[in-house]
Design a protein around this ligand. Structure first.
Ligand code: C2E
Ligand code: MG
Ligand code: MG
Ligand code: MG
Length: 283
């Protein structure tokens, strides 16, 4: 619907540029009540297999519908929550909602779908983070590996010891792990040898910056072959138009594509409707 699109439009303004002048103290105060007041929602963005153009999963992205300011971008309110510690509560709520929606999907849809949820580095430092995460996921009767946790490459690099331990523990329990914004920091690739990772999500700057010239082609194919030899899935983020998608297909990549070209993040309700229309999955 029209309203939905305009929500998405605002939420996707980079760095919440529309919201620069929002009073952060007021936002912070209101964020304490956001869960209780039912102002948060999880939206889902499809991830599409490049080869056969079928949906293989979704990234869960949090949305805050503020009663006065309208939609506030997660790049604004997650940063606030990381500073004041509310991120732990938002994280629990969001993961729970994601599992609930994943289960709903699993019951309706014949294809297995992976639901991917973002974890902030701050959450990992919480002493009971692993237990809490496992108890949330295990309280839903989901198929193995239907939940994936995303952690950004920069938080991995800054917390290597804590992160390796936590990835190992989570993976024992059949939770998948993705490295988000891969390639965005100037980090050493050597950490990949020792980490238990299922998916690399290539930062969207790769596809969006500069033109897609020959040098670029070499980078994409090199990253793809590295993903192959590490035996991890590759998700390419930020594919916005047909020519970018076609460029990747012409390279012969067998990766997964996530971007506005296929879909913006949507509410569960809209997702269900649009999947039914576009892909005629069995609902
Ligand atoms: P991210 O995890 O890298 O998520 C991808 C972001 O790129 C999302 O922005 C998504 O809407 C946007 N995006 C997807 N396709 C395209 C495209 O084709 N072009 C462009 N320009 N953008 C695209 P969103 O939803 O505003 O989220 C921003 C960031 O906020 C996320 O980046 C993530 O770091 C954080 N975030 C969102 N939800 C959560 C959450 O539940 N928990 C935590 N800890 N962080 C979250
Ligand atoms: Mg992410
Ligand atoms: Mg990302
Ligand atoms: Mg990001």
């Amino acid at each position: 619907s029209k309203t939905q699109n305009s929500f998405c439009y605002y939420s996707n303004k980079d760095n919440g540029s529309c919201y620069k002048n929002l009073p952060s103290i007021e936002l912070e105060n209101d964020l304490y009540m956001a869960i209780e007041n039912n102002e948060l929602a999880m939206f889902y963005q499809p991830q599409v297999d490049c080869e056969n153009e079928t949906i293989v999963g979704f990234e869960a992205l949090m949305r805050w519908f503020h009663p006065k300011f309208g939609l506030v971008s997660p790049s604004v309110f997650i940063a606030i929550a990381e500073k004041n510690g509310l991120i732990n509560e938002l994280g629990r709520w969001g993961l729970q909602q994601t599992c609930k929606d994943a289960l709903y999907f699993e019951e309706k849809c014949a294809e297995p779908m992976k639901f991917s949820f973002n974890i902030s580095a701050k959450q990992i430092h919480q002493s009971n983070f692993i237990d809490e995460t496992l108890s949330i996921v295990n309280s839903f009767d989901l198929k193995e590996n239907s939940i994936e946790l995303e952690i950004t490459e920069s938080s991995v690099m800054h917390n290597l010891n804590a992160v390796s331990y936590f990835l190992m523990e989570l993976r024992k329990s059949n939770i998948s792990i993705a490295i988000d914004d891969f390639g965005s920091g100037f980090s050493s690739l050597s950490y990949l040898q020792n980490l238990f990772v299922d998916t690399l999500k290539l930062d969207r700057s790769f596809i969006s910056n500069a033109d897609l010239n020959k040098k670029k082609r070499t980078i994409f194919t090199a990253i793809q072959s590295m993903a192959h030899s590490l035996n991890v899935d590759l998700v390419i983020e930020g594919v916005e138009n047909f020519s970018q998608k076609q460029y990747l297909k012409d390279l012969g990549l067998d990766s997964i594509i996530q971007g506005y070209y296929y879909s913006k993040p949507m509410s569960l309700e809209d997702l269900e409707k649009s999947l039914f229309l576009k892909y005629s999955l069995q609902f």
